[in-house]
Design a protein around this ligand. Structure first.
Ligand code: CU
Length: 107
């Protein structure tokens, strides 16, 4: 029982570390909001968007030069993965729901 508790604690700690550094970070879309307002990544890290809403979303990623990547229609329950290859500050939006905003800093 005690060992199991320690194992769970270790797993939780590793999970927390992953939100800062690791290669696959998940952001949930719920209540037409992103679960994170801002997130820091390293070049090559992927962000996974998990649509927990019962409506579709359409994510766009806008870089410092206003170049836009359109990730297309994302149906309820669907996951999308986007890899941030370059450094910079990226605005992540949903073209269907203007209130959905988050910032990704890659450095
Ligand atoms: Cu949306």
């Amino acid at each position: 029982m005690r060992i199991a508790t320690i194992a769970i604690a270790a797993t939780v700690l590793l999970g927390l570390g992953a939100t800062v550094h690791a290669a696959g970070v998940t952001v949930e879309q719920s209540g037409q909001q992103f679960s994170e307002k801002s997130i820091a990544l390293k070049p090559g890290d992927a962000l996974i968007f998990a649509n927990k809403d019962d409506v579709s979303h359409n994510i766009t990623v806008v870089n410092d030069d206003d170049d836009t990547a359109d990730l297309g229609l994302q149906k309820p329950g669907e996951n999308l993965t986007y890899t941030f290859d370059k450094t910079g500050r990226f605005k992540v939006r949903c073209s269907i729901h203007p209130s959905m905003k988050m910032v990704v800093s890659v450095k």
